[in-house]
Design a protein around this ligand. Structure first.
Ligand code: PGA
Length: 292
């Protein structure tokens, strides 16, 4: 009888992480038939289906979940062993898996770039998604470090704040409605809001719930850039992190002076206490905490 190999687990993990055989074949630089064949082999070794197809999407069966969990543990421990051995040999290589919420993609690259220059042999895997997506990755223990401004409340997590995140109210440059006012006064205008599942949206919702504010027929847009451009085009007002404005042309928008704004929270580096993170990840964690 054949047995489960590292390669089969690696291919399987990639199918789950990337959501499809096609995406996994791209990620692994393998042909699609090769990936399908590996999946078939693993399924026959396990003796039970690992996926079911629901509405065109692959969903793990219970056996699939168990194999995925095993792949996480085996491959995670293998890569830690590799980086420990290499560290013992004095070579700083290893894998850093970092997953960040959408808005943090403006914050992390300027820290990652000098880090990668200092540690050129570290293999960085960088994932971006909204808060709900990154929580899902965290629950599947897929990465070493997660960046949230609002981490889930969970005793098994270690959360370390390292930088402020300020949410500001923006309007088109030529907006001639009220300024120097409170959010209630502006709520009659059209607001462009991030989707539910976004951390930015969550922070806004909490503020609105606390202050009894409801937006009049808001438009939902799932992208900070698209919201900024929509505001520039005069579609409405928005509340975004200052980071989303800092690195893009902001000629078409202005920040309004609104009571209680900016809303300030903190970017936090989050790790799972029981996960032994790679040496590379430990080094990057230290780099995050040293940010001025
Ligand atoms: P988001 O998260 O990009 O999903 O809105 C930002 C945050 O958590 O502050």
């Amino acid at each position: 009888m054949q047995s489960v190999t590292f390669r089969l687990l690696e291919v399987f993990q990639s199918i789950v992480d990337n959501g499809s055989i096609t995406a996994a074949s791209t990620a692994l630089s393998l042909s699609q038939p090769t990936v399908s064949l590996q999946l078939k082999k693993l399924t026959s070794v396990v003796g039970m289906p690992l996926f079911v197809q629901t509405y065109g999407q692959l969903t793990l069966t219970e056996a699939g979940e168990a194999v995925y969990q095993c792949a996480q543990e085996v491959l995670g421990s293998h890569s830690r062993l590799e980086s420990q051995i290499q560290a013992l040999q004095g070579v700083e290589v290893g894998i850093l898996k970092i997953a960040v919420v959408t808005t943090a993609k403006y914050v992390i690259p300027p820290i990652l770039s000098p880090f990668c220059q200092q540690h050129p042999n570290i293999d960085v895997r960088f994932t971006v998604g909204n808060r709900a997506t990154i929580i899902d990755r965290l629950q599947h223990n897929q990465d070493d470090i997660y960046i949230f401004s609002q981490p889930p409340v969970d005793d098994s997590l270690q959360c370390t704040p390292f930088m402020q995140n300020k949410l500001v109210v923006i309007a088109p440059k030529d907006f001639d409605g009220p300024d120097n006012c409170n959010l209630q006064t502006l709520s009659q205008y059209k607001f462009l809001l991030r989707e539910f599942g976004s951390g930015t949206r969550r922070a806004i919702q909490e503020y609105c719930d606390d202050n009894g504010i409801t937006f009049n027929n808001p438009m939902i847009i799932e992208s900070n850039e698209a919201i900024r451009l929509a505001v520039t085009s005069g579609l409405g007002l928005a509340i975004l992190s200052e980071h989303t404005l800092a690195q893009t042309p902001t000629d078409g928008v202005k920040i309004l002076n609104v009571t209680d704004f900016p809303l300030v929270n903190h970017w936090q580096a989050v790790t799972v206490k029981h996960r032994q993170i790679s040496l590379a990840a430990q080094a990057f964690h230290r780099a995050l905490l040293n940010v001025e």
